[in-house]
Structure formats: C-alpha cells, structure tokens
Design a protein around this ligand. Structure first.
Ligand code: PNS
Length: 159
C-alpha cells in the first residue's frame, strides 16, 4: 500500500489545500492529512478545530484520513509507514523553502517528497490571507468551504 501525507498548519483549510488533497488521493492508496502541532503559540483555530474541519471537508474522499503530529515530520512518516510527503507549490516563492524541507526530510529520514502544482484558480490563496480578509469582513466564500467560512464568521463575531 502506498501511503502519502499532506502535512501543514491548515489554520484553516482552504480550497487550495483541498485541491491538492483530492488530487493526491487519486494517486495514492491512502492519504493522511496531518496537522502540525509543534507551535508553542496558539493558532487562530485549535488543532482539534482544524482537524474537525478537515474531517468534514474531506469526507467525500474514501481514502483520506486526518491526524496531527508533534516533532519532526520525517519521524512521523517513518513511524506511520508513510512513503511520500506531498506539498503543493503555488509559485516560485514557495520553492526555496519547500526544497530545503524536502532535502532535510530526505537526508534525515529517507522520506521522499513530491510537489504538485497548485491549480491556477487557487494559486493566490493562503490561510493567512483568508484570516486577514475574514477579520475585515471580506468575502472568503469562494476560497474556503462553507463550514470554514461559518467558523471564521463565528470566531470574528465572538471577538
Ligand atoms: O502549512 P505550513 O505552515 O507551511 O506547514 C509547515 C509544516 C508544519 C509542514 C512544517 O513546518 C513541518 O513539517 N514541521 C515539522 C518539523 C519538521 O519536520 N521540520 C523540517 C525539518 S527542520
């Protein structure tokens, strides 16, 4: 069984992430969407909230599981028999950092990384941009699934 991981902060998950997850799920037997849980600083959403939104928005893909991890991604991959790390590249500006991470994960843990080109429709999306827009009442309904849009609105309304 070929198992891949789509790792990230997913704070929150966007249509850009979902595009990569869906396309990865067509290429591998199983895809694990793993939320990094290393940061000392709390995120906008808790790791549990992020995972719940990922569970709801990936339910239609039969071979996608959701998890979180602490520590090195390479160690997580080895402990969970994950063959490949999948990352989406939006633009050249993503490449330098992602190449460095891929090389560290290969050298340190022997885990392969594969890059997928983000669909052009999503190439400008980022979780940070979406949080900024949501904060100022911008319309993010074309950028995130309804459950995430509702969660952003609720969070902003509660502030
Ligand atoms: O969505 P993000 O914020 O770009 O995700 C980054 C993430 C969590 C995938 C990355 O920071 C990561 O893999 N962190 C785990 C620690 C690790 O293995 N770092 C690489 C070697 S220094």
């Amino acid at each position: 069984m070929k198992r891949a991981v789509c790792p990230g902060s997913f704070d929150p998950i966007t249509y850009g992430h979902l595009d990569i997850i869906e396309r990865a799920s067509a290429q591998f037997d199983e895809v694990i969407v793993a939320v990094g849980n290393n940061r000392a600083k709390a995120g906008y959403f808790t790791v549990e909230e992020r995972m719940q939104m990922i569970v709801e928005t990936t339910a239609q893909f039969g071979n996608v599981k959701v998890d979180s991890w602490k520590g090195l991604l390479g160690d997580y991959c080895k402990a969970n028999q994950i063959d490949v790390i999948i990352k989406g590249l939006r633009a050249m500006s993503d490449f330098d950092y992602e190449l460095q991470m891929a090389q560290v994960n290969l050298q340190g843990s022997g885990v392969e990384s594969m890059f997928m080109a983000t669909s052009p429709a999503h190439s400008f999306l980022s979780s940070s941009l979406i949080k900024e827009l949501a904060h100022y009442n911008g319309d993010v309904s074309t950028m995130v699934p309804p459950v995430v849009n509702a969660a952003l609105k609720a969070r902003e309304a509660g502030k």
